[in-house]
Design a binder for this molecule. Sequence first.
Ligand code: PLP
Length: 415
Amino acid sequence: MHPFTYRDGVLCAESASLETIAQAVGTPCYVYSRAALTAAFQAYTSAFSDTPTLVCYAAKANSNLALLNLFARLGSGFDIVSGGELARVLAASGAPEQVVFSGVGKAAAEMRFALEHDILCFNVESASELERLNQVAGEVKKVAPVSFRVNPDVDAGTHPYISTGLKESKFGVPHRDARALYRRARQLPHVRIVGIDCHIGSQINELAPYVDALDRILELVVQLAADGIALEHIDLGGGLGIRYRDEEPPALSEYAQAIRNRMAGRSERLLLEPGRSLVGNGGLLLTRVEYLKHGETKHFVVVDAAMNDLLRPALYNAYHQVLTVREHQAATPEVYDVVGPVCESGDFLALDRTLAVAEGDLLAIMSAGAYGMSMSSNYNTRPRAAEVLADGTEWYVIRDREQVPDLFAREHLLP
Ligand SMILES: *Cc1c(COP(=O)(O)O)cnc(C)c1O
């Protein structure tokens, strides 16, 4: 599956030329491939076809309504982290009965909203949240379905890249407290225990931490059963890595096999919450070269996209491959930093890349489908980018470029 390939020397999204898209829509612009998104989703459903499984796309990775709607049509559920994301899922015709609600800081109003729509499950992250949820549910005369997000505390020495499943993390409840919390939940009149969940981190490229986490969770499931608490689902969260550069994330078939081996003979439904692995490699950021700038020790390509459009390089020092939209360039290759117009020295998209470019050329920042647009901001009063979905020979604008007046429409001069 190669959604972005050169045809007649021009990089295309499916069959649409990125030059055509840039001319029509302008830059910077995110471009996604419907076929790539669909294939990524179907890879999950086919890997888990013989296990009762619900894939809940983690909306925060990319919450454009068209993408949510595409996944909803494919049968996806959703993992949300705010009332706003629930509103998006509903606007995109997502099924609320397939929504799980994660996050450490759910407000009472968000709980009410989710209860009104009868979501599948609240992934509860603290004792206080459980008490509040019970109270709010009572007020609206509902019974809240709950799961506890358990922190499996898989070994940090073995798996140092895991950022959210450790004791020190703000996420989840400690493994040793979980049993007591379930007993407490059982006593509350307005909650109903339905599951258990964990989410151990992101961009995980090994199976071992998943296997360790699932084993820790299953230990608890057995203890809960001894307490007479039966669960309807086990939710393993998301986090599976993708290839940005030379990473080798496990194949979905291996990931599924490892999980299935441990779930064999169990009656609980499996829930998964993938984000990055569904959308990351299905999108790119299209940008135009404004200037070539030759400093004393470095050469710079100054482009019209910046850290406000794609924060990952500045925030995590993340690597994104950079391609020229024209495959063969007349310009002499040089080693460049690709930087944006924002007034921060951390505003870069790529460092030390050999590129043959001229002013006015188009560049594609690859693997930008996840945590790209959804983390974008208006820093420096920069309107947020347009978004386009390519679909065979067709392509659709799925978000109009923001306009400058939009950015201060809710501000007020002093009287
Ligand atoms: C962010 C998040 C996900 C998705 O993580 P990916 O690394 O994008 O797969 C899933 N579940 C929870 C609770 C999250 O916070």
